[in-house]
Design a protein around this ligand. Sequence first.
Ligand SMILES: NC(=O)c1ccc[n+]([C@@H]2O[C@H](COP(=O)([O-])OP(=O)(O)OC[C@H]3O[C@@H](n4cnc5c(N)ncnc54)[C@H](OP(=O)(O)O)[C@@H]3O)[C@@H](O)[C@H]2O)c1
Length: 283
Amino acid sequence: MNSILILGANGMLGHDLVETFSGDYEVTAWDIDDCDLTNKELVVQKITELQPDAIVNAAAYTAVDQAEEDEATAQKVNGEAVGNVAAAAKELDIPVVHVSTDYVFEGTNEQGYNEEDPTGPQNAYGRTKLAGEEALMNGHNKGYVVRTAWLYGHHGGNFVETMMKLAAEKDELKVVNDQHGSPTFTKDLAKQIRVLLEGIEAGEYEPGIFHATNSDATTWHDFAAEIFRLTNAEIDLSPCTTEEFPRPAKRPEWSVLNNNKLPSMRSWKEALAEYIETRQDTK
Ligand SMILES: NC(=O)c1ccc[n+]([C@@H]2O[C@H](COP(=O)([O-])OP(=O)(O)OC[C@H]3O[C@@H](n4cnc5c(N)ncnc54)[C@H](OP(=O)(O)O)[C@@H]3O)[C@@H](O)[C@H]2O)c1
């Protein structure tokens, strides 16, 4: 495997994917201006012309609340476009690693979700992402779905940056303490996707569903507390319930993803410490 096509390359994860593969691989980085993935004819034509050895798809419609109002557009990008990529990859007989989300689950299992557990999305974004998983798995026999959660990275707006901004502006803050998940640094996820692709090449992994988050779980409140501890922020943080802060899209209460297939990733706390240490260099 020499050449990798990365889709959604200008996004938060996309940036880190390009960085992770560059140097050792011939990387082609596309975003919507290079190839709108909702245009099937264009997608098949451009990808078959390029002839990459593998594709990583990090492109998505990621505005979770907005998707409630505009599920049709979210469905085009998160659902149908994945089918278009699958069709092109099928022509070339190459693997596709496609990134998905914990939101495909109902979010009620306190033990966390295994890769093969039944899905049951609770909001429009989750439904469209599940449609994408199905479009890939039904459309191509070399599909690899990587579900992840609670992403933050140096190249996109994210919870860590929001908390740091709020700490600079406010004296006190309430953050929800009844949603559980595993914060995940996009740099670590990009590396894990590389591990998966290299494993695919070595014949270690069959097509299917994979879970990839930093290890250990927390709540948004405790995640915020750790951000404030690491940055010595002076802010009075207190817990609250989801009910106190209603949002357009329903959020899962329990969305920990159990990883039973890939090597385990480092703890979210360790990853967060590195993110904060290195953020000055990239801002
Ligand atoms: N962020 C999270 O917390 C989280 C959690 C779980 C899973 N995920 C999944 O992880 C992946 C990466 O997320 P992210 O936060 O890095 O996303 P992101 O920053 O929103 O990046 C997505 C990229 O896809 C591009 N894109 C949108 N529509 C497109 C189209 N029709 N054709 C080609 N490119 C298009 C976007 O361009 P524009 O910006 O111009 O629209 C953007 O550059 C996604 O699959 C997402 O569903 C994210």
